[in-house]
Structures are given as structure tokens and as C-alpha cells.
Design a protein around this ligand. Structure first.
Ligand SMILES: *Cc1c(COP(=O)(O)O)cnc(C)c1O
Length: 404
């Protein structure tokens, strides 16, 4: 099967119609966003995600994808996806509960369980769905969820959906989490955290959180979305790297970031997975993950095992890059991995810095509220194995020139 980059059939949008009167408020909301410099640009990508990316016709060094290992555009994944679609079709056709769970999904679940060293895994159409469905299944009215202040939006939404009581502790503050859990008389207690925080590049104190969960008899759920494929001897994530697998009974991850495909998963005990098959609503009431995506993800898991040098090299280069920015006096918070935020403060400043970096040939997205709190707008640099030392040095110099 040929695997060439061809332009998609050109599309032109239809002429705009006026907003119906019942939606006139939408105009006001959009104007308010524009005034606050919070409008999100539309960007059109041509071709694949790679070390450079073509956005709106400009070719830029790509520091704005979660394709940390360079697998999203890898021909080996593309071919696996094509074979998966040939065998099982373009769509799964039904929820996994009915007839959507296919041989490819079964094989992927086994591969995931192997990667994570867990009993079993359940696959979702996205990591977002995995979080919302799992959290809402684990806790309900009368239960307590204790959640880090910087947890991902999909965790926040899962907490809301659960209708459990939700208590937020300051970022990575285990002592504060301990007070919340110890004081509680809830039926069930769930402690939930990202392992690598998506906007801050910080790492959760997994060792202490695991001890706390064990001591208080709380369930511990760790979301490894940005860490799956990147840390630990097997490459399963930071839970493995921290040596606390036995104390983390619920691990969530995504197939959409370092694994270069799409979809999400939860991994854990076979009986917990059986329970989730009956209670995780986004799994039960949504069409199964497309077979092509499952086949590509399975190929990526094989590559994680075969190419550990990619994660090792990325982690080493990221350390050099962070040091370079810190030495130049830039504020990168407590970033400790391949996600490096450069904190600038106001949204307008972040936009101006991103525009200047684009002029210099780098795509570095500006992150503004509500993705980060007010006054903490930042440039989010996502490093990839596809960036070599020389490119990272040029990137660091450009950031130092344009942000200081
Ligand atoms: C991206 C992300 C998700 C969602 O994963 P998708 O597969 O993109 O839906 C969940 N949790 C965290 C921490 C993330 O960064």
C-alpha cells in the first residue's frame, strides 16, 4: 500500500448565514473573548505531524504537538492502521458492549496490559472519555474525590459527572490531600492525579501519594496521558518509574500522545475492568474505537519496547533544554520533563511571544485561560524525539531572545 502525503480534496466553507435571534448572545460572548485576547485562532495543518509542521501554509519547527516520540506520522503506524481498516473496516459499527469489540481491540487490550504489567485494560474512544467514565463509575453521591488543583479538564469533568463531593488540594501538596482524606467519613474515597501535568510539565509526588492512599484505604487513580510510552524501564509511565505500581490500582492513559494514534484506556485488576464494563457510560454508550486506531496503537506499543532509545534521548535532551532556559533566567516553574512551560503572565504577552517565535520559524502555542489560571498565560513547548540537539539549541535561543 502506497503511503504518500497527498493533499486532501479541497474544501470551501459555505456562505455565512446571519445568527438566528435566539442565538444573538453568542455574538456578545465572542466579542468579550476578543476583548480579553482570549479568542482561539483556527489553524489549518497540511500533511502529517512531524518534526516540522505546515500550518496555514507556513512550515515551522513543531513544538505544539503531543507527538513526543515521533510516531504519529510514522509509516509503520500508518501501515498498521491501513491493515486494521482493511481487516475490520473504517468504523467499529457498535459499542464494545454490543458487537464493537473486535479482534484488534482484544489484541490491543492484551498489549496494553503487558506494557502496564496489569491484569487487564479497557479501551475508550479517547483519553477524555476514559477519565470521565472511569471516575464517574468509581465514585458517586456520598463519596469523596480528592483531586490536584492542576488536574486535566477530563478529570475535572469526571469529578462533576460523578456527583461525589470533590475536594481540591493545592498542586502536589500531599499534606493537604492527607488532611482531606483523613477527615472524611465518606463511603468511598478516591485520590486522583495526573502523573505528568499537561500545562506545567511538573511530576506528581507519586511515592507519597501512594503511601497516603494505602494508609487511608483510598483508591488511587493516576492519569498518565503525557507519560505513557516515555518513562520507566518498560516505558509504561511514571508509576512504573517511581516503582509504585502495586500501590496504584487504577491507571489511565491515552493512545493519542506518545503512542501516536487515538483513544484512551484504563488498566487495572480484571474484576475492576469487569465492573467498569457495566458502569463506565462512555464505554457502554459510545461506538468502539476505530479498528485502524487500535491497530496503530498496538504497533506503537511494540515500538515502545523495540526503541527505548527514543524515550531515553528525548528525556536527556529535555533536561539540557530546561537547563538552558533556566540559566538564561526564564521562568519554567517546576517543569521536569518534555513539556516545558515558559510563563509570561498576560494573554496578550503570550500571543505576542508566540507570534515572534513563529516569525523565527517555531510553532510554540500560547496557552491562556481557561487552560491555565488568570495571569498565568504561558508558552507551552512540547519537545519531541524528532527535534535534534541543534534544533533545540536554536529554539532555546529564539525563546530567550523573544521572551525576556
Ligand atoms: C490529553 C489528556 C487527556 C485526554 O486524552 P485524549 O486521548 O486526547 O482524549 C487526558 N488526561 C490528560 C492529563 C491529558 O493531557
Amino acid at each position: 500500500m502506497a503511503c504518500q502525503i497527498e493533499a486532501a480534496r479541497p474544501a470551501s466553507r459555505p456562505h455565512h448565514q446571519p445568527l438566528p435571534p435566539s442565538l444573538s448572545w453568542v455574538e456578545e460572548e465572542l466579542e468579550a473573548l476578543a476583548t480579553a485576547e482570549l479568542l482561539r485562532p483556527r489553524r489549518l495543518r497540511t500533511g502529517r505531524q512531524a518534526g516540522t509542521v505546515s500550518l496555514d501554509g507556513r512550515s515551522l519547527v513543531n513544538c505544539g504537538a503531543n507527538d513526543y516520540l515521533g510516531y504519529a506520522g510514522d509509516p509503520r503506524l500508518v501501515k498498521a492502521a491501513a491493515k486494521g481498516a482493511c481487516s475490520e473496516g473504517a468504523g467499529a459499527g457498535a459499542s464494545p458492549l454490543v458487537s464493537g469489540h473486535s479482534q484488534i481491540h482484544e489484541a490491543l487490550a492484551v498489549s496494553l496490559a503487558g506494557l502496564l504489567g496489569s491484569d487487564d485494560a479497557l479501551i475508550f474512544p479517547s483519553g477524555y472519555a476514559a477519565n470521565t467514565a472511569t471516575i464517574a463509575a468509581l465514585a458517586g453521591p456520598g463519596d469523596l474525590i480528592v483531586s490536584d488543583a492542576r488536574n486535566h479538564a477530563s478529570i475535572i469533568d469526571g469529578c462533576r459527572l460523578s456527583r461525589a463531593e470533590v475536594a481540591i488540594y493545592p498542586h502536589r501538596d500531599v499534606a493537604a490531600a492527607a488532611i482531606l482524606l483523613t477527615a472524611s467519613t465518606a463511603r468511598r474515597r478516591l485520590l486522583v492525579t495526573d502523573s505528568l501535568f499537561s500545562m506545567d510539565g511538573t511530576i506528581a509526588p507519586l511515592d507519597d501519594l501512594a503511601t497516603l492512599a494505602t494508609e487511608t484505604g483510598s483508591m488511587l487513580l493516576v492519569d498518565e496521558a503525557h507519560a505513557t510510552g516515555l518513562f520507566g524501564a518498560r516505558g509504561s509511565g511514571l508509576v512504573e518509574a517511581a516503582g509504585v505500581e502495586a500501590a496504584v490500582p487504577i491507571r489511565i492513559g491515552t493512545l493519542s500522545k506518545a503512542l501516536g494514534s487515538a483513544g484512551g484506556f484504563v488498566a487495572g485488576h480484571r474484576r475492576l475492568m469487569e465492573f467498569l464494563r457495566h458502569r463506565a457510560r462512555a464505554w457502554m454508550f459510545s461506538t468502539a474505537h476505530p479498528p485502524a486506531a487500535a491497530a496503530a496503537a498496538r504497533q506503537a506499543i511494540d515500538l515502545i519496547a523495540a526503541e527505548p532509545h527514543r524515550r531515553q534521548e528525548l528525556n536527556a535532551r529535555a533536561a539540557v533544554f530546561r537547563q538552558r532556559l533556566t540559566d538564561a533566567g526564564l521562568a519554567i516553574g517546576n517543569a521536569a520533563a518534555q513539556i516545558v512551560p515558559v510563563i509570561v503572565g498576560e494573554p496578550g504577552r503570550a500571543m505576542a511571544a508566540a507570534a515572534a517565535l513563529a516569525e523565527a520559524g517555531f510553532f510554540v502555542p500560547a496557552i491562556r485561560p481557561p487552560s491555565v489560571p488568570e495571569g498565568e498565560s504561558l508558552l507551552r513547548v512540547s519537545l519531541s524525539w524528532l527535534h535534534d540537539d541543534e534544533t533545540l539549541e536554536r529554539l532555546a535561543s529564539a525563546i530567550i531572545d523573544h521572551v525576556r
